[in-house]
Design a protein around this ligand. Structure first.
Ligand code: GLY
Length: 419
């Protein structure tokens, strides 16, 4: 099987690594990729949100399967164009990708499917000062302010500080995007990724992201600073409950609307005292959780993703997983997330446990080229072992001004998370 992966982050590096281990995969290509991927795949240039360009590239390569990593190409209709050209694609249609692309669509689906989620209100750009204040007064004491444009999980402010919440409303409006105000959902967060093929829903291992930039969940939200899987504090029937209460009803509702879902449905959930509620859906693998989850997957990944693309997921055997735990720690550039500095040399990143995100090669040297630069994966029989394994590698990576969280999975290891 010849596979083209679209994307350039550590998530796509993890996908390529997983695909490279599948004996059915004969050739790997990636567009645009990054400096860490050249040993696994041939890198190509192209505009990833252009349905025409991506279809032309996949056709010229004779790709048997295209795996779309990020949400932007999906929302732009890349999967639809590939399907029209008779190319198998892992990723939902433009309409189904609205589950991430439009919060209003997602809320509508959840309401029809009877899935619990936060109360929400849209504040459109052009709202007056008084309208913004009145809307903020209807929420709190913890404000959740989201950029309702596509922000890849990065446009969210969660704060007890009303002034900071208001500032974000104004900043999002200045970008020309609507703001989504949401009631705050309490309880530990769970990311559950499900392979969805119409009404067939197959969950992967549950994971937890760490979105704040600094230890102890301090500082601004980021795209994710680290993640671990599985979750030792989740009830034994936790995954099944999420599948039954959230993912299957949503998959059925998408079929009922005539926009069946095909690809990865990412349910971001809060498990509070009143049960499970959806924080958001994404139409793609999550980053950085995917890097940890795929580190434990034993089932051949190419065949699995192709079964979703060809509508045969229901015929696949149950997924197989390694025992133990996996975790990933993100190494971020100086100034991330506000204003990451790029172009600095990176050394000490040769370990096979390192996945690349924002990296490039310049005159034969590895340099930083984005906010989240590298991911280090650790696995182990216990979560503590997995942490030790990842931190033993990340401590020896040198990148001027770089930072990482030292407490990924620590609350879980110390038994400080409960439902
Ligand atoms: N884990 C956050 C995201 O992928 O949006």
């Amino acid at each position: 099987m010849r596979i083209l992966v679209i994307g350039s982050g550590a998530r796509e590096h993890a996908l390529l690594l997983g695909l490279s281990k599948d004996p059915a995969v004969t050739e790997l290509h990636v567009v645009p990729g990054n400096a860490g991927m050249s040993a696994l795949a041939t890198l190509h240039e192209g505009k990833v949100d252009s349905p025409a360009e991506m279809t032309q590239l996949a056709t010229s390569l004779g790709a048997d399967l295209v795996v779309v990593g990020p949400e932007i190409p999906l929302v732009a209709g890349v999967a639809d164009a590939l399907r029209e050209a008779d190319i198998n694609v892992f990723g939902p249609s433009k309409e189904a990708a609205q589950i991430e692309g439009s919060k209003a669509f997602a809320k509508d689906v959840m309401s029809a499917a009877g899935v619990k989620t936060a109360h929400a209100e849209i504040v459109a750009p052009g709202a007056s000062e008084e309208e913004i204040d009145a809307a903020l007064d209807r929420f709190g004491p913890i404000w959740v302010v989201k950029d309702d444009g596509l922000a890849g999980g990065k446009g969210v402010v969660v704060s007890e500080d009303r002034a900071a919440a208001r500032e974000h409303v104004v900043a999002v409006h200045e970008l020309g995007n609507p703001v989504l105000l949401e009631s705050y959902l309490d309880g530990p967060e769970v990311s559950l990724f499900c392979l969805v093929d119409g009404e067939t829903v197959v969950p992967l291992l549950p994971a937890q992201d760490h979105k704040r930039v600094r230890d102890n969940d301090e500082g601004p939200n980021t795209g994710g600073m680290g993640a671990y899987t599985p979750l030792p504090w989740l009830p034994e029937d936790g995954v099944q409950r999420i599948v039954d209460e959230v993912c299957v009803p949503v998959a059925k509702e998408m079929v009922r609307r005539g926009t069946p879902y095909s690809g990865l449905l990412y349910a971001g959930l809060a498990w509070g005292k009143d049960g499970i509620a959806v924080v958001e859906f994404n139409c793609r693998f999550g980053d950085p959780e995917t890097q940890a989850v795929l580190a434990l997957l034993k089932t051949p990944l190419g065949v699995l993703l192709n079964s979703v693309a060809t509508g045969t997921l229901a015929e696949q055997p149950p997924l197989e997983w390694e025992d133990g735990y996996a975790l990933t720690v993100v190494l971020a550039a100086s100034g991330y997330p506000e204003s990451p500095r790029t172009g600095d040399e990176i050394t000490g990143a040769e370990s096979a446990q390192v996945l690349h995100a924002g990296t490039a090669l310049k005159e034969g040297k590895l340099i930083s080229a984005g906010g989240r630069v590298l991911n280090v994966i650790g696995t182990g029989a216990t979560l503590a072992d997995a942490r030790d394994s990842a931190y033993a590698v990340i401590k020896d990576i040198a990148l001027d001004g770089a930072h990482y969280r030292s407490d990924i999975a620590l609350p879980a290891v110390e038994g400080r998370i409960s439902i």
